[in-house]
Design a protein around this ligand. Sequence first.
Ligand SMILES: [Fe+2]
Length: 236
Amino acid sequence: MKIYNKELDFDDGFLSDVKAQCLTWAREVAQTYKETGERTHPHLTFRPRSFHAVDRTPWNEWDKVVDQFGAEKAREWKRRQIKMLREFGEVNRIIIDQYDLPEDMRQYVKEQTYLEFGIPKDESLPVVQIQDGGELLHPHRGHARLASFFCLLEGEGEVTKWYDETTPFEHYPEYYIPDMAKLKVAEEKSLTPNVWTLFNHEIWHSVHRDGDLGVRINFGIDFKTMNVNQAMEYLT
Ligand SMILES: [Fe+2]
């Protein structure tokens, strides 16, 4: 059976201290961004992501993508971006940034996840994600993870949609952008704050916000190699 997402009945106390601290820090990041335009923080470390080289390059600078990845891929990615534009229109994009926790807190999360579920410490990588403003996070799949335990800390009732491929098409690991003509919505869900969810990042998904204001903050434990089915084995 295909799992898009699955609510988990974790104990309320599981990492509640870490989640509360991360929520405070993430709000500080959002506040600093509003005041200074910088997304920096003394305790959370911004995680650079290589697909941003494509995803955050405007069309008038597309030569850079051609130079870095070659004309063929650059053309196909732009073709898919144009299909996105036709599907969703000109929208204010949700910018999603990822942050690493301080080392001691990272170790604590790995330790607790091992003690609670037996998940090997080197599988777990905690992350704080901040989705600041914007109305749509376009369909994509995880560039660095297949599955995670995802806990929404604060949001605006955003809806996550997962998609099935109606016809297979090529996936480019450097930049996971789907061909919208070959996707159909398979599952829609508004995640509940403070409820842990097993999140399938391997399947194409998007996030939709009503309006383009607001900050969505979540804490996650990403798995280095496990997919949702492998993660499920630790939960039953
Ligand atoms: Fe995602």
